[in-house]
Design a protein around this ligand. Structure first.
Ligand code: MG
Length: 159
């Protein structure tokens, strides 16, 4: 079986008064991500991991933030389109693991809803989707609440 690993990382600045999207759901928060799209840092990291596993460049290459078609776009659509792109090249997503780093709000109560959302978008069963959350112990830009980061790893199989 031809299996490929991919990794992705994404960062966004956080600003008061914006909506916070993580894994396709809106999380109650004082701050949200500053972005051309809806700023869903987790979905962006997952898209990059999937594209990387398939050797197909990155999210900025396929969905440039200078393109008005992607302004304020629902990142769930980017993930669906990413899966379509790799499928055309004969790849299939096997599993996702991921970590979101942010100070506030606590993601713990939302993890299951995020997994459900990612399962609905990707068609993967929830047991094949890992979503973890961590803080940086108040250190650095994440600890000061200035930004959010997500990291993702995936496996894809090639036909
Ligand atoms: Mg992004």
């Amino acid at each position: 079986m031809d299996i490929r690993v991919g990794q992705g990382v994404d960062f966004h600045r956080l600003k008061e008064g914006l909506e916070l999207w993580i894994g396709g759901i809106s999380i109650p928060s004082d701050k949200g991500a500053v972005a051309h799209s809806d700023g869903d840092v987790l979905i962006h990291a997952i898209c990059d991991a999937i594209l990387g596993a398939a050797g197909m460049r990155d999210i900025g290459y396929h969905f440039p933030d200078t393109d008005e078609r992607f302004k304020d776009i629902d990142s769930k659509k980017l993930l669906v389109q990413t899966l379509d792109l790799i499928r055309l090249e004969g790849f299939k997503l096997i599993n996702i693991d991921s970590t979101v780093c942010l100070e506030l709000p606590k993601l713990y109560p939302h993890i299951d809803a995020i997994k459900e959302s990612l399962s609905n978008i990707t068609g993967l069963e929830k047991g094949r989707i890992g979503v973890k959350a961590t803080t940086t112990e108040k250190m650095g830009f994440i600890g000061r609440g200035e930004g959010i980061t997500a990291l993702a790893s995936v496996l894809v199989s090639a036909d």
